[in-house]
Design a protein around this ligand. Sequence first.
Ligand SMILES: Nc1nc(=O)c2c([nH]1)NC[C@@H]1CN(c3ccc(C(=O)N[C@@H](CCC(=O)O)C(=O)O)cc3)C=[N+]21
Ligand SMILES: [Mg+2]
Length: 285
Amino acid sequence: MTAKIISGKELSTQLRGELADEVRELKVTPSLAVILVGDDPASHSYVRGKEKACKAAGIHSIVKHHPSSLREDELLAEIDAFNEDSSVHGILVQLPLPEHISENAVIERIAVNKDVDGFHPVNVGRLLTGKKAFTPCTPLGIMKMLEISGVEPRGKRAVVVGRSQLVGRPVGQLLLNEDATVTYCHSKTKDLASVTSQADILIAAAGRAGMIGEAHVKEGAAVIDVGVNRVESTGKLTGDVQFEDVKEKAGWITPVPGGVGPMTITMLLHNTVEAARGTMFDDES
Ligand SMILES: Nc1nc(=O)c2c([nH]1)NC[C@@H]1CN(c3ccc(C(=O)N[C@@H](CCC(=O)O)C(=O)O)cc3)C=[N+]21
Ligand SMILES: [Mg+2]
């Protein structure tokens, strides 16, 4: 079987166009504050991507740049200021942060109703208990890609490789919420291929270039590649999946670049529009 390629780039073009239409209908201009600490080139490149996408969708963005020497209390004070500022609807602190800053402390400081990354423990807990919540952008993008491909999670076996707070854990929850049978694999999993080769839906989110080969994949499976690994020699982006081999066996596959990455940014725009509407927590029980 030759897999259908799910283009996150093409889907993003469509969805961002629809979001731009929604933004025009809103009474307020959605506004996103992005905080970037340090000079990691990849982080800068992602933040530029977010800025460009906001602009194209009619979303106002404010990008604050800080040297890696920024103190934690200074960063927390800036978050407080954005929390207080009613013209700012979404706040995103680009991760990773320098060693001397606690990522948990930073994430917990962001107002729950401005947490467009969906990383705040209250949003995480709401997702777990099946309430409306800001949902992390990469997992949301993955679910959208499955949906448009007609891959219905209900009753299927889904295997998630990777258990990060940002991607692995939440995408497993979303799949579970859609009635998939979910298994998590990670670095301590014995005989990885024996588990992943049972997956109807395989999410590769371990962050290890090319770790998923043909032997890991069931014939006809939907394979979603979340890897964003930089090849040192060429500077090129490569996934966790051996694309050329796996695409001959899978039913669906996402490319890197042009797959999950652009969808992550699209879902950030989606969450920012949702934050600007301000109705996420209206049906509070
Ligand atoms: N608070 C926070 N929220 C995040 O959502 C977040 C973060 N921190 N830290 C880093 C990761 C990574 N991430 C990506 C977003 C877009 C692409 C993306 O657009 N990738 C393009 C290519 C980009 C390129 O070539 O540099 C693609 O795959 O086609 C990739 C990775 C968001 N993250
Ligand atoms: Mg740190």
